[in-house]
Ligand binder design. Structure first.
Ligand code: GUN
Length: 286
C-alpha cells in the first residue's frame, strides 16, 4: 500500500500561506495583483483561467481578466503585455497557453517582464534555474518538489527518471531534481527501452499526456511515482499518465489524478504571485 500524496490538502495549505503574505502586503498599502490573459475560447483554457481567478479571490490577490478574441494579432497582444509590464498594480502576468497558431508564443513569453513572469517560462527565469539562482520557477515542477519535501522524500542520491521533455514540465523538473542531488534521466518518445528505463527509477515523474501509459511492470517496487497527466481513459473517465490501480500497490508513494499534481500547480502560481509582488515592493523601496 502506497502513501497517497495528497496534493489537494497541501495546496490548500499553500494558498493559506499565500493569503497571509497578501494580507501582510495589504497592511503596507500594497494590493498584489495577477493579470490573466486568455486569447480565444478554447474550453479547457477557459476552465483553467476561471480556476486561477477563483484561487486569486481565495488568496486575497486581485485578478485582472483579459479575455481577448481569437483574432487578436500578435502585435495587439504584445502591446497589452507592454502595458501590463508597466502597470504597478500588476505583480504577475500569466498568458494562458496554448495561443492561437498565428501568434508566436515564444515572442510573447519573452515580452513578459521576467520579474512578473509567474509561470517561470521566460528564458531569464529558466536561466536562473539552470544556474541555481533564486527566481520564479515553473509551477508544476515547483509543486512537485514541494510535495516531495512535505512527504519527507529527499531526492539526494536517488535515481530519478523524468518521462517527458517539455519546457513547462520535463526540462525544469529535471533541473530541480538535479539541484536536489538526484541522478536524473530524461526519457521521452524516442527513448529506446522506455519501460526498462522507468524501472530504474527511485523517483519516477511522468508527463507524457498518454492515458495510463505507465503500467505495473514499468515501476520498481518501492518507487515514488508522480503523475502529471490529466487524460481521459477509453470510457471518458479522468485519469493520469500512470495506470494508478496497477502501480499503487507496489509504489512507496504515489500522486493521484485528480488531487495530486494539478492542485499543486495552481497553488504554486499563487505563491509565485506573492514572491513577485514582494520582490517588486522591495525593489521600489530600495
Ligand atoms: N497551459 C497549460 N498549462 C499552463 C501553464 O502552466 N501556464 C500557462 N500559462 N498556460 C498553460
Amino acid at each position: 500500500m502506497a502513501t497517497i500524496i495528497d496534493g489537494k490538502a497541501l495546496a490548500a495549505k499553500i494558498r493559506l500561506q499565500a493569503k497571509e503574505r497578501a494580507e501582510r502586503l495589504r497592511a503596507q498599502g500594497v494590493e498584489p495583483g495577477l493579470a490573466v490573459v486568455l486569447v480565444g475560447d478554447d474550453p479547457a483554457s477557459k476552465t483553467y483561467v476561471r480556476a486561477k481567478h477563483r484561487d486569486c479571490e481565495e488568496c486575497g490577490i486581485v485578478s485582472f481578466d483579459y479575455a481577448l478574441p481569437a483574432e487578436t494579432t500578435e502585435d495587439e497582444l504584445l502591446g497589452l503585455i507592454q502595458r501590463l509590464n508597466g502597470d504597478a498594480a500588476v505583480a504577475g502576468i500569466l498568458v494562458q497557453m496554448p495561443l492561437p497558431a498565428h501568434i508566436d508564443a515564444e515572442r510573447v513569453i519573452q515580452a513578459i517582464d521576467p520579474e512578473k513572469d509567474v509561470d517561470g517560462f521566460h528564458p531569464m527565469n529558466l536561466g536562473k534555474l539552470v544556474r541555481g539562482l533564486p527566481g520564479l520557477r515553473p509551477c508544476t515542477p515547483a509543486g512537485i518538489m514541494r510535495m516531495l519535501e512535505e512527504y519527507g522524500i529527499d531526492p539526494h542520491g536517488k535515481r530519478a527518471v523524468m518521462v517527458g521533455r517539455s519546457s513547462i514540465v520535463g526540462k525544469p523538473m529535471s533541473l530541480m531534481l538535479l539541484a536536489a542531488d538526484a541522478t536524473i534521466t530524461i526519457a521521452h518518445s524516442s527513448t529506446a527501452e522506455l519501460a526498462s528505463a522507468c524501472r530504474d527509477a527511485d523517483i519516477l515523474v511522468v508527463a507524457t499526456g498518454q492515458a495510463r501509459m505507465v503500467r505495473r511492470d514499468w515501476v520498481k517496487p518501492g518507487a515514488v511515482v508522480v503523475d502529471v497527466g490529466m487524460d481521459r481513459d477509453e470510457n471518458g473517465k479522468l485519469c493520469g499518465d500512470v495506470a494508478y490501480d496497477e502501480v499503487e500497490p507496489l509504489a512507496e508513494a504515489i500522486t493521484p489524478v485528480p488531487g495530486g499534481v494539478g492542485p499543486m500547480t495552481r497553488a504554486m502560481l499563487m505563491e509565485n504571485v506573492m514572491y513577485a509582488a514582494e520582490r517588486q515592493v522591495a525593489a521600489r523601496r530600495a
